[in-house]
Design a protein around this ligand. Structure first.
Ligand code: NAD
Length: 335
Protein backbone atom coordinates (compact mmCIF):
# COMPACT_ATOMS: atom_id res chain seq x y z
CA UNK A 1 0.00 0.00 0.00
CA UNK A 2 1.22 3.54 -0.73
CA UNK A 3 1.85 5.30 2.58
CA UNK A 4 2.62 8.99 3.06
CA UNK A 5 4.85 9.14 6.14
CA UNK A 6 5.01 12.52 7.89
CA UNK A 7 7.43 13.70 10.59
CA UNK A 8 9.66 10.60 10.53
CA UNK A 9 13.16 11.38 11.80
CA UNK A 10 16.17 9.72 10.15
CA UNK A 11 16.40 7.05 12.88
CA UNK A 12 12.75 6.14 12.24
CA UNK A 13 13.13 6.05 8.46
CA UNK A 14 16.02 3.61 8.63
CA UNK A 15 14.13 1.25 10.93
CA UNK A 16 10.84 1.64 9.05
CA UNK A 17 12.57 0.69 5.80
CA UNK A 18 14.17 -2.31 7.50
CA UNK A 19 10.91 -3.55 9.05
CA UNK A 20 8.93 -2.82 5.90
CA UNK A 21 10.81 -5.63 4.12
CA UNK A 22 8.25 -7.96 5.71
CA UNK A 23 5.28 -5.88 4.55
CA UNK A 24 6.23 -4.45 1.17
CA UNK A 25 4.47 -1.10 1.52
CA UNK A 26 5.49 1.80 -0.67
CA UNK A 27 6.68 4.33 1.94
CA UNK A 28 7.10 7.94 0.81
CA UNK A 29 8.59 10.33 3.38
CA UNK A 30 7.66 13.98 3.76
CA UNK A 31 9.80 16.29 5.91
CA UNK A 32 6.92 18.71 6.45
CA UNK A 33 4.57 18.54 9.41
CA UNK A 34 1.11 17.42 8.35
CA UNK A 35 -1.09 20.51 8.60
CA UNK A 36 -3.72 22.16 6.36
CA UNK A 37 -1.02 23.72 4.14
CA UNK A 38 0.76 20.40 3.54
CA UNK A 39 -2.17 17.94 3.51
CA UNK A 40 -2.34 18.00 -0.29
CA UNK A 41 1.04 16.20 -0.33
CA UNK A 42 -0.86 13.09 0.73
CA UNK A 43 -3.27 13.17 -2.24
CA UNK A 44 -3.54 9.71 -3.77
CA UNK A 45 -2.10 7.91 -0.71
CA UNK A 46 -4.66 5.51 0.85
CA UNK A 47 -2.68 5.50 4.13
CA UNK A 48 -0.98 8.33 6.00
CA UNK A 49 1.31 7.89 9.00
CA UNK A 50 1.77 10.72 11.51
CA UNK A 51 3.43 11.54 14.83
CA UNK A 52 2.56 13.57 17.94
CA UNK A 53 3.08 17.06 16.53
CA UNK A 54 1.17 16.54 13.26
CA UNK A 55 -2.11 18.44 13.47
CA UNK A 56 -4.65 15.94 12.20
CA UNK A 57 -7.57 18.35 12.57
CA UNK A 58 -10.82 18.69 10.65
CA UNK A 59 -9.27 20.75 7.81
CA UNK A 60 -6.46 18.24 7.35
CA UNK A 61 -8.86 15.29 7.45
CA UNK A 62 -11.14 16.97 4.89
CA UNK A 63 -8.14 17.39 2.52
CA UNK A 64 -7.02 13.81 3.18
CA UNK A 65 -10.51 12.50 2.37
CA UNK A 66 -10.55 14.54 -0.84
CA UNK A 67 -7.24 12.89 -1.74
CA UNK A 68 -8.76 9.40 -1.17
CA UNK A 69 -6.92 8.67 2.11
CA UNK A 70 -8.75 6.00 4.12
CA UNK A 71 -6.38 5.31 7.03
CA UNK A 72 -4.38 7.45 9.47
CA UNK A 73 -1.80 5.49 11.48
CA UNK A 74 -0.23 7.45 14.32
CA UNK A 75 3.14 6.21 15.55
CA UNK A 76 2.33 6.87 19.22
CA UNK A 77 -0.06 5.91 21.98
CA UNK A 78 -1.77 9.28 22.53
CA UNK A 79 -4.25 10.58 19.98
CA UNK A 80 -5.11 14.06 21.25
CA UNK A 81 -3.64 15.43 17.96
CA UNK A 82 -6.33 13.67 15.88
CA UNK A 83 -9.96 14.84 15.51
CA UNK A 84 -11.61 11.43 15.73
CA UNK A 85 -15.12 12.73 15.11
CA UNK A 86 -14.03 14.44 11.88
CA UNK A 87 -12.16 11.28 10.81
CA UNK A 88 -15.32 9.27 11.35
CA UNK A 89 -17.37 11.82 9.42
CA UNK A 90 -14.94 11.71 6.46
CA UNK A 91 -14.76 7.90 6.48
CA UNK A 92 -11.11 7.77 7.60
CA UNK A 93 -10.14 5.06 10.09
CA UNK A 94 -7.49 5.74 12.73
CA UNK A 95 -5.01 3.36 14.35
CA UNK A 96 -2.39 3.95 17.03
CA UNK A 97 0.23 1.99 18.99
CA UNK A 98 -1.51 0.89 22.18
CA UNK A 99 1.58 0.06 24.19
CA UNK A 100 5.28 -0.66 23.80
CA UNK A 101 8.25 -1.68 25.94
CA UNK A 102 7.38 -0.47 29.46
CA UNK A 103 10.97 -1.42 30.38
CA UNK A 104 12.30 1.42 28.25
CA UNK A 105 10.56 4.04 30.41
CA UNK A 106 11.11 2.31 33.77
CA UNK A 107 14.83 1.86 33.09
CA UNK A 108 15.18 5.50 32.03
CA UNK A 109 13.46 6.64 35.24
CA UNK A 110 16.03 4.65 37.24
CA UNK A 111 18.79 6.24 35.16
CA UNK A 112 17.49 9.71 35.94
CA UNK A 113 17.30 8.88 39.65
CA UNK A 114 20.90 7.62 39.75
CA UNK A 115 22.20 10.61 37.80
CA UNK A 116 20.29 13.09 39.97
CA UNK A 117 21.20 11.50 43.30
CA UNK A 118 24.90 10.96 42.51
CA UNK A 119 25.24 14.17 40.42
CA UNK A 120 26.60 12.29 37.43
CA UNK A 121 25.50 15.07 35.06
CA UNK A 122 27.61 17.55 37.01
CA UNK A 123 30.61 15.22 37.28
CA UNK A 124 30.50 14.65 33.52
CA UNK A 125 30.68 18.39 32.85
CA UNK A 126 33.34 18.98 35.49
CA UNK A 127 35.82 16.37 34.32
CA UNK A 128 35.55 17.66 30.73
CA UNK A 129 36.79 21.00 32.11
CA UNK A 130 39.63 19.33 34.02
CA UNK A 131 37.88 19.74 37.39
CA UNK A 132 38.14 16.54 39.41
CA UNK A 133 36.96 17.91 42.79
CA UNK A 134 34.11 16.17 44.62
CA UNK A 135 32.66 19.21 46.40
CA UNK A 136 28.92 19.37 45.82
CA UNK A 137 28.71 15.86 44.36
CA UNK A 138 27.65 13.92 47.48
CA UNK A 139 24.60 11.70 47.13
CA UNK A 140 22.96 9.13 49.40
CA UNK A 141 22.82 5.31 49.42
CA UNK A 142 19.57 4.07 47.92
CA UNK A 143 19.56 0.86 49.95
CA UNK A 144 17.00 1.09 52.75
CA UNK A 145 15.46 4.31 51.37
CA UNK A 146 11.74 4.64 50.68
CA UNK A 147 10.65 5.07 47.07
CA UNK A 148 7.08 6.15 46.29
CA UNK A 149 5.66 4.97 42.98
CA UNK A 150 2.67 7.05 41.87
CA UNK A 151 0.81 4.76 39.46
CA UNK A 152 1.66 1.08 39.80
CA UNK A 153 0.71 0.01 36.25
CA UNK A 154 3.02 -1.56 33.68
CA UNK A 155 5.85 0.99 33.93
CA UNK A 156 5.44 1.76 37.65
CA UNK A 157 5.61 -1.93 38.57
CA UNK A 158 8.81 -2.52 36.58
CA UNK A 159 10.32 0.61 38.16
CA UNK A 160 9.29 -0.71 41.60
CA UNK A 161 10.89 -4.10 40.87
CA UNK A 162 14.20 -2.47 39.95
CA UNK A 163 14.13 -0.26 43.05
CA UNK A 164 13.32 -3.28 45.25
CA UNK A 165 16.42 -4.87 43.70
CA UNK A 166 18.44 -1.91 44.99
CA UNK A 167 17.18 -2.76 48.48
CA UNK A 168 14.70 0.12 48.67
CA UNK A 169 11.36 0.02 50.51
CA UNK A 170 8.73 0.57 47.87
CA UNK A 171 5.40 2.24 48.58
CA UNK A 172 2.69 2.75 45.99
CA UNK A 173 -0.23 5.03 45.33
CA UNK A 174 -2.85 3.98 42.77
CA UNK A 175 -6.60 3.85 42.31
CA UNK A 176 -6.26 0.13 41.45
CA UNK A 177 -4.10 -2.36 43.34
CA UNK A 178 -1.61 -4.49 41.42
CA UNK A 179 -0.95 -7.98 42.80
CA UNK A 180 2.43 -7.92 41.05
CA UNK A 181 3.39 -4.71 42.87
CA UNK A 182 2.49 -6.33 46.22
CA UNK A 183 4.42 -9.51 45.32
CA UNK A 184 7.55 -7.39 44.86
CA UNK A 185 7.01 -6.22 48.45
CA UNK A 186 5.31 -2.96 47.48
CA UNK A 187 3.00 -1.51 50.13
CA UNK A 188 0.03 0.64 49.19
CA UNK A 189 -0.39 3.93 51.05
CA UNK A 190 -2.81 6.84 50.84
CA UNK A 191 -1.83 10.32 49.65
CA UNK A 192 -0.24 11.06 53.04
CA UNK A 193 2.25 8.25 52.40
CA UNK A 194 4.30 10.68 50.31
CA UNK A 195 5.64 12.03 53.62
CA UNK A 196 7.66 8.82 54.08
CA UNK A 197 9.36 8.95 50.68
CA UNK A 198 12.97 9.82 49.90
CA UNK A 199 12.20 9.44 46.19
CA UNK A 200 8.90 10.02 44.38
CA UNK A 201 8.51 8.70 40.84
CA UNK A 202 5.50 9.51 38.65
CA UNK A 203 3.98 6.70 36.56
CA UNK A 204 0.25 7.49 36.32
CA UNK A 205 -1.46 8.88 33.21
CA UNK A 206 -2.47 12.52 32.87
CA UNK A 207 -6.22 12.77 33.45
CA UNK A 208 -8.44 15.49 34.95
CA UNK A 209 -7.96 13.68 38.31
CA UNK A 210 -4.16 13.58 38.11
CA UNK A 211 -3.58 17.08 36.66
CA UNK A 212 -1.09 18.82 39.02
CA UNK A 213 -1.34 15.89 41.44
CA UNK A 214 2.05 17.15 42.63
CA UNK A 215 1.23 20.71 43.64
CA UNK A 216 2.27 23.13 46.41
CA UNK A 217 0.17 21.16 48.92
CA UNK A 218 1.82 17.83 48.09
CA UNK A 219 5.27 19.39 47.97
CA UNK A 220 4.64 21.01 51.36
CA UNK A 221 4.32 17.50 52.81
CA UNK A 222 7.34 15.77 51.25
CA UNK A 223 10.44 14.96 53.29
CA UNK A 224 13.01 17.73 53.10
CA UNK A 225 15.51 16.77 50.40
CA UNK A 226 13.24 14.26 48.60
CA UNK A 227 13.93 13.66 44.91
CA UNK A 228 11.12 13.89 42.33
CA UNK A 229 11.31 11.95 39.05
CA UNK A 230 8.73 12.47 36.30
CA UNK A 231 8.84 10.34 33.15
CA UNK A 232 5.07 10.25 32.78
CA UNK A 233 3.41 13.52 31.71
CA UNK A 234 4.37 17.13 32.38
CA UNK A 235 0.88 18.10 33.53
CA UNK A 236 1.16 15.85 36.59
CA UNK A 237 3.46 18.38 38.27
CA UNK A 238 2.73 22.05 38.97
CA UNK A 239 6.11 23.29 37.71
CA UNK A 240 5.89 26.68 39.47
CA UNK A 241 5.28 24.91 42.79
CA UNK A 242 8.20 22.55 42.07
CA UNK A 243 10.48 25.54 41.39
CA UNK A 244 9.43 27.08 44.75
CA UNK A 245 10.14 23.74 46.49
CA UNK A 246 13.57 23.53 44.83
CA UNK A 247 14.36 27.12 45.83
CA UNK A 248 13.38 26.48 49.46
CA UNK A 249 15.33 23.19 49.53
CA UNK A 250 12.21 21.17 50.31
CA UNK A 251 12.85 19.22 47.13
CA UNK A 252 16.42 17.97 46.98
CA UNK A 253 16.29 17.63 43.21
CA UNK A 254 14.04 16.93 40.27
CA UNK A 255 14.56 15.01 37.04
CA UNK A 256 11.96 15.33 34.30
CA UNK A 257 11.63 13.76 30.87
CA UNK A 258 8.29 15.49 30.34
CA UNK A 259 7.22 19.09 30.76
CA UNK A 260 3.80 20.67 30.65
CA UNK A 261 4.73 23.07 27.82
CA UNK A 262 6.92 20.57 25.97
CA UNK A 263 4.98 20.74 22.68
CA UNK A 264 6.62 24.10 21.91
CA UNK A 265 10.14 22.81 22.65
CA UNK A 266 10.76 19.09 22.46
CA UNK A 267 12.04 17.22 19.39
CA UNK A 268 13.54 20.43 17.96
CA UNK A 269 17.02 21.92 17.94
CA UNK A 270 16.53 25.36 19.51
CA UNK A 271 20.19 25.78 20.41
CA UNK A 272 20.53 28.88 18.22
CA UNK A 273 17.20 30.38 19.25
CA UNK A 274 16.17 32.63 22.13
CA UNK A 275 13.79 30.39 24.07
CA UNK A 276 10.85 32.49 25.28
CA UNK A 277 9.77 29.95 27.94
CA UNK A 278 11.14 31.40 31.21
CA UNK A 279 10.03 28.39 33.25
CA UNK A 280 12.12 25.83 31.36
CA UNK A 281 15.04 28.27 31.41
CA UNK A 282 14.71 28.56 35.20
CA UNK A 283 14.55 24.77 35.51
CA UNK A 284 17.69 24.11 33.50
CA UNK A 285 19.53 26.73 35.58
CA UNK A 286 19.27 24.59 38.75
CA UNK A 287 22.28 22.36 39.46
CA UNK A 288 19.89 19.79 40.96
CA UNK A 289 17.47 19.58 38.04
CA UNK A 290 17.86 17.31 35.02
CA UNK A 291 15.66 17.86 31.98
CA UNK A 292 15.52 15.41 29.07
CA UNK A 293 13.34 15.83 25.99
CA UNK A 294 10.74 13.04 26.23
CA UNK A 295 13.17 10.26 25.36
CA UNK A 296 12.34 7.66 28.02
CA UNK A 297 10.63 5.45 25.40
CA UNK A 298 13.57 5.73 23.01
CA UNK A 299 15.13 2.28 22.83
CA UNK A 300 15.54 0.08 19.81
CA UNK A 301 13.05 -2.42 21.25
CA UNK A 302 10.36 0.22 21.87
CA UNK A 303 10.89 1.88 18.50
CA UNK A 304 10.73 -1.50 16.75
CA UNK A 305 7.40 -2.21 18.44
CA UNK A 306 6.04 1.24 17.59
CA UNK A 307 7.02 1.03 13.92
CA UNK A 308 6.28 -2.70 13.58
CA UNK A 309 2.78 -2.20 15.01
CA UNK A 310 2.18 0.70 12.64
CA UNK A 311 3.22 -1.33 9.59
CA UNK A 312 1.16 -4.33 10.77
CA UNK A 313 -1.93 -2.12 11.16
CA UNK A 314 -1.47 -0.83 7.61
CA UNK A 315 -1.16 -4.44 6.38
CA UNK A 316 -4.34 -5.39 8.29
CA UNK A 317 -6.14 -2.50 6.65
CA UNK A 318 -4.88 -3.45 3.19
CA UNK A 319 -6.03 -7.06 3.69
CA UNK A 320 -9.46 -5.94 4.96
CA UNK A 321 -8.85 -7.61 8.34
CA UNK A 322 -10.09 -6.17 11.68
CA UNK A 323 -7.79 -3.42 12.96
CA UNK A 324 -6.43 -4.51 16.34
CA UNK A 325 -5.35 -0.99 17.32
CA UNK A 326 -8.18 1.06 15.86
CA UNK A 327 -9.38 4.07 17.84
CA UNK A 328 -13.06 4.83 17.42
CA UNK A 329 -14.64 8.28 17.59
CA UNK A 330 -16.24 8.96 20.99
CA UNK A 331 -19.61 7.19 21.14
CA UNK A 332 -18.75 4.86 18.24
CA UNK A 333 -17.87 1.19 18.59
CA UNK A 334 -14.65 0.05 16.89
CA UNK A 335 -15.10 -1.20 13.38
P1 NAD B 1 -0.65 1.84 32.84
O1 NAD B 1 -2.03 2.17 32.37
O2 NAD B 1 -0.17 0.43 32.78
O3 NAD B 1 -0.47 2.32 34.36
C1 NAD B 1 -0.95 3.54 34.83
C2 NAD B 1 -1.36 3.34 36.28
O4 NAD B 1 -1.77 4.62 36.79
C3 NAD B 1 -2.55 2.38 36.43
O5 NAD B 1 -2.25 1.39 37.40
C4 NAD B 1 -3.66 3.29 36.89
O6 NAD B 1 -4.61 2.64 37.77
C5 NAD B 1 -2.89 4.38 37.61
N1 NAD B 1 -3.70 5.56 37.82
C6 NAD B 1 -4.70 6.06 37.04
N2 NAD B 1 -5.25 7.13 37.62
C7 NAD B 1 -4.58 7.31 38.79
C8 NAD B 1 -4.71 8.26 39.84
N3 NAD B 1 -5.68 9.21 39.82
N4 NAD B 1 -3.86 8.17 40.89
C9 NAD B 1 -2.93 7.17 40.95
N5 NAD B 1 -2.78 6.25 39.98
C10 NAD B 1 -3.60 6.31 38.92
O7 NAD B 1 0.31 2.82 32.03
P2 NAD B 1 1.87 2.64 31.77
O8 NAD B 1 2.07 1.91 30.49
O9 NAD B 1 2.51 2.17 33.02
O10 NAD B 1 2.28 4.16 31.48
C11 NAD B 1 2.24 5.12 32.51
C12 NAD B 1 2.45 6.50 31.91
O11 NAD B 1 3.79 6.61 31.41
C13 NAD B 1 1.59 6.81 30.67
O12 NAD B 1 0.31 7.25 31.03
C14 NAD B 1 2.39 7.90 29.98
O13 NAD B 1 1.94 9.14 30.49
C15 NAD B 1 3.81 7.66 30.46
N6 NAD B 1 4.73 7.30 29.34
C16 NAD B 1 5.83 8.07 29.15
C17 NAD B 1 6.72 7.77 28.12
C18 NAD B 1 7.98 8.59 27.89
O14 NAD B 1 8.67 8.39 26.88
N7 NAD B 1 8.36 9.49 28.79
C19 NAD B 1 6.47 6.67 27.29
C20 NAD B 1 5.34 5.89 27.54
C21 NAD B 1 4.46 6.20 28.57
Amino acid sequence: MRVAVFSAKNYERALLNELNAGHGHDLVYFDALLEPETASLAAGFPAVSVFVNDAVNRDVLRSLAQGETKLVATRCTGFNHIDLEAADEFGIRVVRVANYSPNSVAEFAVGLLLALNRKIHRAYNRTREGNFKLDGLMGFDLVGRTVAVIGTGRIGTIFARIMAGFGCKVIGFDVHRSAEFEEIGGRYVDAKGVEEADVISMHCPLTPETYHIVDARTLGRVKTGALLINTSRGGLVDTDAAIDALKSGRLGGMAIDVYEQEADLFYRDLSSAVIPDDVIQRLVSFPNVIVTGHQAFFTREALETILGTTLASISEFEAGRPLAFEIAAPGRARG
